[in-house]
Structures are given as structure tokens and as C-alpha cells.
Ligand binder design. Structure first.
Ligand code: GLU
Length: 426
């Protein structure tokens, strides 16, 4: 996806999402003195597959969709990453998201590489039958890419347990085996893990609490704004408010709200559940313009919706002391130095939203063992992993005197470098 136009000599150059990843990778590689061979390898995804998916629509007409799966790295294990259904899915975006998964899994210390997939479509404009046919066609087309010890998909934007169930069923029919661990984020009845649904939001909560501790702030003494009220944002807002954080702002693609007194998140959740899962029309706070949400008064800002929302233009106006990135890629590279110079701590996406893939890993482990844990067990294991990951990044932040984002990349690259060295080959 093109993100911004910057003048490059006389020409106008579109900074792509993958270039945003490379900018951070290069900065970290330089600081830690990463071998140039490994840097070069990680600048190039291992496998990029693009398929065309002809689907019979309810109208009786055939429509052809584009499907993607990019495996960025398998240096630390089988590749792992979600599948998104959205209109802006394209080669560059999937490539960037796949690379982020490599770094995310390495930061969280999971035995995985990184991948991402997607279908260019508008799931909100499609019927359930059309979505099922599309998901099954995707599974069929990607049958040689995915596999329980090869490449393990999961949900991402526009997908959830329902889509995972269709993909799993189709894949198992093709292979003739019942292998629930080939995909994660499944419904519980099909081998999903308790705690997976709320896991990304839970990871955001744990990372927020860890950062607040370092900043000597108590959860009950801070306010937060959460942008996005889907799977990540709604759970993050709920879990943070359960920890005593006062949520003063929320918003989704339909409307944004602010209340100095605090928003009752249970009420907002109830409202969205009754209102087609959107916040438009919510009466529990004052409606504000969506551009105001990120720059409104708060201590903690959680961008948990789309990529590229924190820009060079709005970064100087951000009032929060702490940013915790629930979304993938919410901050553009140009905004990084502005945030850093303002003294804002930013827990980057590859750490802050790694709770989802962490519980995906637990789901895969449970599927392989055929033995299932309680929700408390899953949550306790998740929290422990997140705290360790946060500490590793925080230590590298001090050691390399850099931002948390670059420290997170360094943490990931150190692990990948070690793995590659031990294997002795690329
Ligand atoms: N799509 C999620 C992410 O971006 C989860 C990936 C997974 O569970 O494999 O982290």
C-alpha cells in the first residue's frame, strides 16, 4: 500500500509499507552490527505466492479474486502469520506484514518464522456463502504452501474463527488427514485454544502494565485512548479498564468518542454487540472527529486499528506519554524520531501485539499434543512470555541507547542471527 509521497530528486516516490519495514531493519542492523549477508537475506522474502480465485457469486456470475501468501523467513521454524480479507491487500502489504511476523515471533521467543496471507476483497459486502466459497478456494490454491510443520495461518483483519474453520476443513479434505494444528485461531469446538480470542488485546494490556511500571505510574492513575474497537481494541480497552485504567477515548471506522470522566467499556461493548459490531450512535460519551482521537488528552495511546495512522503531521500533537501499538504498522517511519524526541515511550507492534501469535503457538502445541489447557493456564503462560519479551526489549533499549522499536528489532535479529549461525547455512 502506498503510504506517503516524498520528493526524491525530481521524481515523486511512494514509500511502501515494505520499505517502512526495511527502514527499521536497516537502523537496527547498523546499531547491532548485523552481518550484511543476513541483512540482505532478511530484506528478501523467501517465497511469494499469488493466486487467482474464481468464485461463483450469489448472483450466478463468476468473480475473480486475488489471493496472496508470502513466507518471509523460516530460519527459526515453520512460518506463522494471519490471513487478512481487505480491499487494500496487495503484494507489498503482504510482504511487509510477513516480515513483521518474522520479527514478532522472534521477539516473543516462539519457534517460528514469519508469513502473511490475504485476499483482496470486501468481506462486509459479501454473503456468508460467498465468503465460504472464497475461503475454501484459497485453501485449495495454497495447499502446497501451508502445512502443520511448514506454514501455519491464523486470523487477521477481516477474518476470524469462521474463516479458519472453512480453511481447515478444506485442507483436511485435500490431505485426507485430520490435522487441526495446520491453522490457529480456530473455534474452540474444532481445537481452538481458550484465551486465543482475547489474546492480542491481553498482550496489549500486559505490555501497557509493564511499561507503566518502568515509568513509575500506577494503572489506576492513568487515562487511555484506544483507537479501534475490533478484536484487538475492544479486548484491550476492556482488559485495561479491568486493571483500573480510565478509558477516556474509543473509536472505530464509524465513529469516535471522548469523555474526561471515563467511558464505561462494558456499556460500549454491549452497545457494539447490539449494533452490528460498530460504535456509531453510542451515547456513553461525546462524539468527536476521528482525527481528534489520537491527539486527544490521555496518558496512554493504543492505536489498534489500521496501519499508518501516526504520521509526521499528527505525531507532534500527540499528548500521550506512552504509545502501545495494538495494530500492525500504525506508526510511519517519519513519525518515529518525532515520538522519540518528545520522550514518548512507544511499545512497538512487533512486541505489543504479539500476544495473539503467542496464544496461537499455544493452540498449535495443544493440537500437536492432543491435550487442552484451561483458560487460566493459557493466560498465565501468555503473561509470563509477554513479560519476558518486554524485559528483553527494555534491556536492549538501555544497552543500545535507542527507542523500544529499534530495540525490539535488535532483540529479534539477535535470535535469528544465533539460529542461522548454529544451522551453519542460510
Ligand atoms: N494476525 C495476527 C498477527 O498479526 C496473528 C497471527 C497468528 O496468530 O499467527 O499477529
Amino acid at each position: 500500500m502506498s503510504t506517503k509521497t516524498v520528493p526524491l530528486s525530481a521524481k515523486v516516490h511512494e514509500v511502501t509499507m515494505f520499505e517502512s519495514v526495511l527502514a527499521r531493519l536497516d537502523a537496527a542492523a547498523k546499531l547491532m552490527n548485523l552481518s550484511s549477508e543476513l541483512a540482505q537475506i532478511l530484506r528478501n522474502p523467501q517465497k511469494q505466492v499469488k493466486v487467482s480465485l474464481p468464485i461463483m457469486m450469489d448472483s450466478g456470475n463468476i468473480q475473480v479474486f486475488e489471493g496472496y501468501r508470502t513466507v518471509h523467513s523460516t530460519h527459526l521454524g515453520p512460518s506463522k502469520g494471519g490471513i487478512r480479507y481487505a480491499l487494500d491487500v496487495n503484494t507489498d502489504e503482504v510482504r511487509a506484514l510477513a516480515a513483521w511476523m518474522t520479527f514478532k515471533c522472534a521477539v516473543a521467543n516462539l519457534p517460528y518464522g514469519g508469513a502473511k496471507g490475504g485476499i483482496k476483497c470486501d468481506p462486509r459486502a459479501m454473503s456468508v456463502g460467498e465468503l465460504e466459497r472464497l475461503s475454501r478456494a484459497y485453501a485449495k490454491a495454497m495447499k502446497d504452501v501451508i502445512g502443520i510443520n511448514k506454514d501455519i495461518p491464523a486470523p487477521d483483519m477481516g477474518t476470524g474463527g469462521r474463516e479458519m474453520a472453512w480453511i481447515l476443513d478444506e485442507f483436511n479434505k485435500i490431505t485426507g488427514e485430520d490435522n487441526p494444528g495446520v491453522i490457529t485461531g480456530k473455534p474452540i469446538a474444532l481445537g481452538g485454544s481458550l484465551g486465543r480470542d482475547a489474546a492480542t488485546g491481553r498482550g496489549v494490556m500486559v505490555n501497557t502494565l509493564e511499561a507503566l511500571k518502568k515509568m513509575n505510574l500506577k494503572p489506576i492513575a492513568v487515562t487511555a485512548v484506544v483507537q479501534g474497537f475490533g478484536n484487538v481494541g475492544s479486548h484491550a480497552a476492556r482488559l485495561l479498564s479491568e486493571q483500573g485504567v480510565k478509558i477516556v477515548g474509543i473509536g472505530d471506522h464509524t465513529a469516535s468518542f471522548y469523555s474526561e470522566k471515563g467511558i464505561n467499556i462494558a456499556e460500549a461493548l454491549e452497545y457494539a454487540a447490539q449494533n452490528g459490531r460498530v460504535l456509531k450512535g453510542f451515547k456513553g460519551a461525546t462524539e468527536i472527529r476521528s482525527e481528534e482521537l489520537l491527539i486527544s488528552k490521555c496518558d496512554v495511546l493504543v492505536p489498534a486499528a489500521l496501519q499508518n495512522v501516526i504520521t509526521e503531521e499528527n505525531a507532534p500533537k500527540i499528548q500521550a506519554k506512552l504509545i502501545v501499538e495494538g495494530a500492525n504498522g500504525p506508526t510511519m517511519p517519519e513519525a518515529d524520531p518525532i515520538i522519540h524526541e518528545k520522550g514518548i515511550i512507544c511499545v512497538p507492534d512487533i512486541l505489543a501485539n504479539s500476544g495473539g501469535v503467542t496464544v496461537s503457538y499455544f493452540e498449535w502445541v495443544q493440537n500437536k499434543a492432543g491435550y487442552y489447557w484451561t483458560e487460566q493456564e493459557v493466560n498465565a503462560k501468555h503473561d509470563e512470555k509477554m513479560e519476558l519479551a518486554f524485559d528483553a526489549v527494555w534491556n536492549n533499549k538501555g544497552k543500545y541507547k535507542t527507542s523500544m522499536r529499534i530495540a525490539a528489532y535488535i532483540t529479534a535479529l539477535q535470535k535469528i542471527e544465533q539460529g542461522v549461525k548454529l544451522k551453519g547455512a542460510y
